[in-house]
Design a binder for this molecule. Sequence first.
Ligand code: Q9C
Ligand code: ZN
Length: 340
Amino acid sequence: MKLIHSPLHALHDGGMELHRGELVPCYEMPARVDHILAAIARAGWAVEAPREYDDAVFTSVHDADYLAFLRGAYDAWRAEGRDGFMLPGAFPARGLRRDRVPTGLHARLGYYAFDAGSPIVAGTWQAARAAAHCALTAADLVAAGERSTYALCRPPGHHAGRGMLGGYCFLNNAALAAQRLRDAGMARIAVLDVDYHHGNGTQEIFWDRDDVLFVSIHGDPNTEYPFFLGHADERGAGAGEGYNHNFPLPRGTDWAGYAAALETALGHVVDYAPQALVVSLGVDIFEGDPISQFRLGAADFTRLGAHIAALELPTVLVQEGGYAVAEIGDNVASVLAAFA
Ligand code: Q9C
Ligand code: ZN
């Protein structure tokens, strides 16, 4: 299996996030990657650099105006004499207009963001771009015949929608990988999202399509982030109806509860008979995760990897969340071991 990593991730070091009403240091920090790389080295696996892509490739899943905002946001912030990190404070919620993009920078930040937990800093665009390049490279390798690849993406991506950032995510790495596999001629792609948080961005992007199946197991959005998407009755629309499957599970779910949902979820993937699988691999389902509430132990990641690998599909694994920094490397490596 090939593993793709870019050191440019470190250019995104967010500072503070608003977490449950309190400003706290970002959980999504560069050290996460250091621990994953250390575990990869202990396993004796090599990492390689991503290929370069033109920014136009991002329009395959994102809106052009959103990309332009993201690319220029921090320069505009500097032009206003500011430094540090950018966080929004007001959003176009119900009753407010979303049919026009405001002109002011702070107004546009709120327009394109959906939470105050995803700071933009000077290097955010470059880091997000490099993460997306890792996912695209991992997809290109699988399209060229590689059985499985892993993209060590940071910042993560699955909360980013067509025109929306949030949940530490700016560019949707998994969606870009899935679309890349489609563009390489594979007719049907399945995305399996095992991150603790519902992959609202990926669901939105493929909502009305039958050529990309989205299956997600996650904390119940009644109480868990991102709160406003991820319920079981969300099945897709138009041509995409029946090609979206959500498995919200209660806080405290352990391997037994998780495995039951996983079996049904994997059944949907098998029934779809995809040419390739993209896995949004969040390891924040770990019992020690500081912002999540499932109870999977370290050994359960070996089981998770074995169940997914048993599909025997060409597979692109894309790193998403995981905030128990000391354990994140071992938990990721335990999943990858089934593919390596
Ligand atoms: N103000 C991923 O695991 N925390 N993202 C709440 C809201 C957001 C997690 C902040 C958690 C996002 C990729
Ligand atoms: Zn998550």
